[in-house]
Design a protein around this ligand. Structure first.
Ligand code: TRP
Length: 452
């Protein structure tokens, strides 16, 4: 395939929405609240904010720029841009391939729970503010091997069909339509949650930091979350960047995506934590937190069953944009580098994920004791991807862009486009890419893994 006839995003606004669609997903609605709850609340949030702005944003710019320069999949990009003697850089692309499969193995399961909750909302089965009843409903779903596997396969089937249709038709079409609605519904949830008696305690938990709870492992988790939230470190942004048009302003797009993504996460937090304390849920409940508290907030307002159903439908749809961007990395490698058709490439990718997904799907039930490093498969895949592969990929991408590929050409180009303020901003961002981000990630990674 030549560079000219590659598929791509047709408008700059469409590209922004698709990128946002990749960033906003279960990471905001499910992972952000459960990790914030499990790691002590506001202190974690502060570290997360720092990680997002000082590391997440520069990595996002570096990664997207790389893709647009090479106009290729995550592996081929390094073939094209690295000096001939440094062919090993393409390992970054292969790490991304592996990370995509690992993330999808558990992400598809969580998405499956969301799909199941659409139906459970309609029947009223989960309409309760009682933590005990909520726990039974959630536990019944996730510990049952048949329903866990079937819902995961439904998710893989649906998203596999969308990805097979290609970039502009598939991804853009879905991304464009439903984000604003989800935003509005989250606002409604926030208002209800904030007006519950006892809401104050939840707000204090979320916004009044206690830095004593911050350990090196917590900092690594916050950094991993920042990568996960912004879809960084594994070639998603690189691959999307390769579909950007020449006139797309990458720093501005990245900044918008970061801010919008952050607002959705904060809204989810504000919707959930006041309710956690008002109804007596356990903030450190982990993966089950959202699935118990969100229904409780809806149950406490008029028309709750209807809103609850709509909420889970929208969350399911939000997860599609994120999943498509995860699938796009291996699909692009298989189809563009190895010449597989888009449909067979999608089928092969989905089949690999389905295989890896079985132990992840069974982790809350029959596979709960299949442990490696003390983690069940679900937690292990999550840890390996978010806390190891993504940060490692982020360091390598920054080093490659900052020191090997070089920033001279992009710097000249962006500087020519902008005002003095824009030029100053670009210099700062490039300083972050060269020095701050790789060093910060390296220190956090080694420290968090207990190396020093
Ligand atoms: N950012 C998405 C979310 O928050 C998940 C996701 C999509 C992702 N693509 C990714 C995470 C690439 C890591 C890497 O739900």
């Amino acid at each position: 395939m030549t560079r000219a006839d590659r598929d791509g995003f047709t408008t700059t606004f469409g590209a922004l929405l698709a990128t946002l669609g990749s960033a906003v997903g279960l990471g905001n609605i499910w992972k952000f609240p459960s990790l914030t709850g499990a790691n002590g609340g506001a202190g974690f949030l502060v570290v997360y904010l720092a990680a997002t702005m000082l590391v997440g944003l520069p990595v996002m710019i570096a990664e997207t720029m790389l893709g647009r320069s090479a106009r290729a999949d995550a592996v081929t990009t390094f073939d094209r841009l690295a000096p001939k003697s440094q062919g090993w850089w393409k390992i970054v692309g292969w790490m991304g391939f592996a990370a995509a499969l690992l993330i999808m193995a558990f992400y598809s399961e969580v998405a499956g729970w969301v799909y199941a909750y659409v139906f459970k909302s309609m029947t009223g089965e989960i309409a309760t503010t009682d933590p005990k009843i909520a726990a039974v409903a959630f536990g019944g779903l996730v510990s049952d091997p048949t329903s866990s596997l079937i819902w995961q396969w439904v998710v893989l089937g649906v998203t596999g069909v969308v990805i097979a249709f290609g970039v502009s038709r598939g991804i853009e079409a879905v991304a464009r339509r439903l984000m604003p609605l989800l935003f509005v519904l989250l606002l409604v949830l926030c208002v209800r949650s904030l007006t519950l008696t006892g809401a104050k305690q939840g707000l204090a938990f979320l916004f009044d930091p206690d830095f004593a709870k911050i350990t090196p492992a917590v900092v690594l988790t916050a950094l991993g979350l920042a990568f996960f939230k912004l879809s960084l470190g594994m070639g998603t942004m690189l691959t999307y960047g390769s579909y950007f048009r020449e006139e797309q302003n990458i720093p501005a797009t990245a900044a918008r995506v970061m801010l919008a993504d952050l607002s959705v996460s904060l809204l989810a937090g504000i919707a959930i934590f006041p309710a956690v304390f008002a109804f007596g849920f356990e903030p450190a409940a982990g993966p089950s937190l959202v699935f118990m508290t969100i229904p409780a907030v809806f149950t406490s307002m008029p028309g709750g069953v209807v809103f609850m159903t709509v909420f889970f439908v929208l969350t399911a749809i939000a997860s599609v944009g994120a999943i498509l961007s995860l699938l796009e990395v291996p699909v692009a490698i298989l189809s563009q580098r190895y010449g597989l058709g888009r449909k067979p490439a999608a089928a092969v990718t989905i089949a690999m994920i389905a295989a890896l997904g079985v132990p992840a799907a069974l982790s809350q039930g029959v596979a709960a004791n299949w442990k490696l490093f003390g983690l069940n498969p679900f937690d292990l895949f999550d840890f390996l991807s978010s806390n190891v592969l993504l940060p490692l990929g982020g360091i390598l991408i920054c080093l490659f862009v900052g020191w090997v590929y070089g920033l001279a050409a992009p710097e000249r180009r962006m500087a020519a486009e902008g005002t003095p303020l824009a030029r100053w901003t670009i210099r700062t961002v490039f300083f972050l890419i060269r020095w701050v981000a790789p060093l910060a990630i390296a220190i956090v990674l080694l420290n968090g893994l207990g190396v020093f």
